[in-house]
Design a protein around this ligand. Structure first.
Ligand code: AMP
Ligand code: TRP
Length: 356
């Protein structure tokens, strides 16, 4: 592992949880910001990787497309090197404890906390009255995803930081609100005697925020209407070449030092992508390409991207062709996830005072 990981909350078993929405167009940002870290963490801790279909429907999804996207994302996880025998891969809606705990958390979290979420503000825009209630409550469900396994570490891209802080606040408020009950039932863990751990974000690696190829100030996103704004994991070599060729740049040649990237978001982004894919530093890339034309650099970047992403795209296609296998991975993962989540949810019911 080439980065430091904070220790788990004292007394809790280290466990990784993360998820991605099956909403199509899996892109280079998802790969470098999230999936590449998912793959690395497999050697360090037990991991649960989820396809968060309940989150996907916070905005409209065509049902047949959603089913397809769930299988595609599963294929992408496997093609990237996630091992479903050693770790758990499943789709969220299979394990009803996620939705159950999310409801409890909806009653723990405060309106004011959710009102501050920048992602909601961005996604709702001016149309706040017309978005789904689910979109507003989305971070409660995300907290439930993690905490229903009492997971301690969560690898995500930079844009999820605020949601993880909220998850920590919810865990802490639950631990406080029900503190005496947790002690009475002897369900507290570690010295702090809480029921839920404080999950640690893992927002590390060379590309925690990959930007759009059309506008270096906007993040690369599934929902950008222009397909030229992103490299999809399913893009073939020609498409990747076309997209880098058309990627926005500025008229200056590349600088020879990192400082020269300041105020040049597009150049910075492309050099960052190269660094992330090649495992080199930006400085060493600028030593090689500094002073040269973007065209030459873009050709090298294309070769590198095709080299790294091509095999993943190929394997994705192979996995996707074997629907029976994909479905069996999700079924088996769902069973193993339920085996962890169900006892936690039962304890939550006892803590809250429900009869079961
Ligand atoms: P989403 O596609 O919104 O479900 O995001 C899935 C994962 O990819 C999350 O961990 C995000 O933080 C990460 N991610 C999404 N877009 C980017 C990006 N442009 N750069 C880096 N990470 C990203
Ligand atoms: N909200 C995350 C995203 O859009 C996806 C997600 C849902 C998630 N539940 C999670 C990520 C739990 C980490 C842990 O990227």
């Amino acid at each position: 592992m080439d980065y430091a990981i904070a220790p788990a909350t004292q007394g809790f078993k280290p466990l990784v949880f993360s998820g991605i929405q099956p909403s199509g167009n899996l892109h280079l940002g998802n790969y470098l910001g999230a999936i590449a870290n998912f793959v690395k963490l497999q050697d360090v801790m037990d991991c649960i990787y989820c396809i968060v279909d309940l989150h996907a429907i916070t905005v409209w999804q065509d049902p047949a497309e959603l089913t397809k996207s769930i299988r595609e994302l599963t294929a992408a996880y496997l093609a990237s090197g996630i091992d479903p025998r050693k770790h758990i891969v499943f789709n969220q809606s299979r394990v009803h404890e996620h939705a159950e705990l999310a409801w409890v958390f909806s009653c723990v979290a405060r309106m004011g906390w959710l009102n501050r979420m920048t992602q909601f503000k961005e996604k709702a825009g001016k149309d706040r009255e017309n978005v789904s209630v689910g979109l507003f409550g989305y971070p409660n469900l995300m907290a439930a995803d993690i905490l229903v396994y009492r997971a301690t570490h969560v690898p995500v891209g930079e844009d999820q930081k605020q949601h993880l802080e909220l998850a920590r606040d919810i865990a802490q408020k639950f631990n406080n609100d029900f503190g005496s009950r947790i002690s009475d039932l002897h369900l507290g863990v570690g010295e702090a005697n809480g029921f839920f751990p404080s999950c640690e974000p893992i927002i590390q690696g060379p590309a925690t925020r990959v930007m759009s190829l059309r506008d270096g100030t906007k993040k690369m996103s599934k929902s950008d209407p222009s397909d030229y704004s992103r490299i999809n994991l399913s893009d073939d070599a020609d498409t990747i070449a076309q997209k880098f060729k058309k990627a926005k740049t500025d008229p200056e040649p590349l600088p020879s030092e990192e400082k020269g990237l300041e105020g040049r978001p597009e150049a910075d982004n492309l050099v960052g992508i190269h660094a992330a894919l090649s495992g080199r530093t930006k400085a060493s890339i600028l030593t090689e390409f500094g002073g040269g034309q973007f065209r030459v650099f873009k050709e090298a970047l294309t070769d590198l991207a095709v080299d790294k992403l091509g095999p993943i795209g190929q394997r994705m296609k192979q996995f996707a062709a074997d629907q029976a296998y994909i479905d069996s991975v999700l079924r088996d993962g769902g069973d193993r996830a339920t085996a962890i989540a169900a006892p936690v949810m039962n304890d939550v019911k006892d803590i809250v005072g429900f009869l079961r």
